[in-house]
Ligand binder design. Structure first.
Ligand code: NAD
Ligand code: TYD
Length: 357
């Protein structure tokens, strides 16, 4: 990427959690680039996420499905994107367990369609980037020691991670076979504003605020490495600008937490912010039936992106978590907007059958 003006950047899934944080950061920061946000607007999307930038002249939104190749072709013909940042996905492990089909469609077929469109429309001599946003979950589960590096073999456990692994393989195959200019990033668990409250951190915050049970799977001993969403977005820019074509970069927060410890910490920070005693929240913690195939531990070795591209996370977990909690407390309109019937149906489908341990 040369830093040229008037580049057209196609962002898929830009109305979801990470995509909208990426656009809210990037659209004002890079007025010389045109951002085209293509999103199907599934349950996980919310156009309220993009209120701050919706009228910016270098931004436009198009509703559409990456599973529809004809639609994608029209987008390529009209906008001629030079850079693609591919966030669009079905992203929740529990939903992939109850209904895997959408994960196969969007994550595998959808990614394949974009790769095919690039192959058809991109002139090989031009400088282009297809940036594939992936996850550390493709590597499977770690024991108590060790870290995922870029050389760790793929060993996905859930339909979600298997579909992301499949899409990663396709992206790599298009580089090796067709020399398509791809880059891949595999990131650990993100948290921050605009995350749909089916994922651990926002679910716990909102349930606690409403005095609902805080459902911890199994014994709460599973470990995740958490990264503030904006640090992920900055890492993506580093890779787009300075990363090597055809390469993958792991991104992590070096910030491992057992689920039960994080839930307790959420209770404590929330109690401080609401000026109440944390025991009011902690007594809501309820251990429930575990997730089938639940990966025990994820931990990322971010040496490559730190050493080669100079990326460093800016946010600490203390500051990031407090910011996140404050955001959910201060954005009641957003919270109300996602509490639709569909959301209630999901809570019922996922939690009603989980017996209390
Ligand atoms: P999300 O579920 O919040 O958002 C996904 C977005 O993709 C939504 O706006 C949705 O409408 C859109 N989408 C879904 N299917 C589509 C389709 N067929 N066509 C067009 N748009 C479609 O997900 P997220 O948490 O923002 O994750 C974004 C990407 O980052 C995903 O690829 C995910 O695998 C990856 N990732 C997420 C995390 C995390 O912790 N959330 C960590 C690492 C990697
Ligand atoms: P999640 O946010 O769904 O992310 P992922 O499964 O992609 O890592 O879950 C994070 C961890 O929290 C995971 O170990 C499962 C656990 N978890 C609970 O204990 N209770 C819940 O209600 C949810 C949604 C997750």
């Amino acid at each position: 990427m040369t830093g040229g003006v008037n580049l057209n950047i196609l962002v898929t899934g830009g109305a979801g959690f990470i995509g909208s944080n990426f656009l809210n950061y990037s659209v004002p920061k890079y007025p010389q680039f045109n951002f085209i946000n293509l999103d199907k607007l599934t349950y996980a999307a919310n156009l309220l996420n993009l209120k701050k930038i919706e009228h910016n002249s270098n931004y436009c939104f198009i509703q559409g499905d990456i599973v529809n190749y004809e639609f994608l072709s029209r987008i390529f013909e009209k906008y001629k994107p030079e850079i693609i940042i591919h966030f669009a996905a079905e992203s929740h492990v529990d939903r992939s367990i109850t209904g895997p089909a959408e994960f196969i469609n969007t994550n595998i077929i959808g990614t394949f369609n974009i790769l095919e469109a690039c192959r058809k429309y991109w002139d090989k001599s031009d400088e282009k980037v297809f940036h594939h946003v992936s996850t550390d979950e493709v590597y499977g589960s770690l024991g108590d020691t060790g870290f995922f590096t870029e050389d760790t073999g793929y060993n996905p456990s859930s339909p979600y991670s298997a579909s992301k692994a499949s899409s990663d393989h396709l992206v790599r195959a298009y580089y090796r076979t067709y020399k398509l200019p791809v880059k891949i990033t595999s990131c650990s668990n993100n948290y921050g504003p605009y995350q749909f409250p089916e994922k651990l951190i926002p679910l716990m915050i909102l349930n606690a605020v409403e005095s609902k049970p805080l459902p911890v799977y199994g014994k709460g001993e599973n470990i995740r490495d958490w990264l503030y969403v904006e640090d992920h977005c900055l890492a993506i820019w580093d890779v787009i600008k300075k990363g090597k074509t055809g390469e993958a970069y792991n991104i992590g927060g070096n910030n491992e937490w057992k689920n039960i410890d994080i839930v307790n910490k959420i209770c404590e920070v929330l109690a401080e912010e609401m000026d109440v005693d944390s025991s009011a929240f902690k007594k809501l913690i309820t251990f429930v039936k575990d997730r089938p195939g639940h990966d025990y531990r994820y931990a990322i070795d971010s040496t490559k992106i730190m050493r080669d591209l100079g990326w460093r996370p800016k946010e600490t977990f203390d500051t990031g978590l407090r910011k996140t909690i404050k955001w959910y407390l201060q954005n009641r309109k957003w919270v109300e907007s996602i509490k639709t019937g569909r959301y209630q149906e999901w809570l019922k489908a996922n939690y009603d059958k989980r017996i209390i341990l």
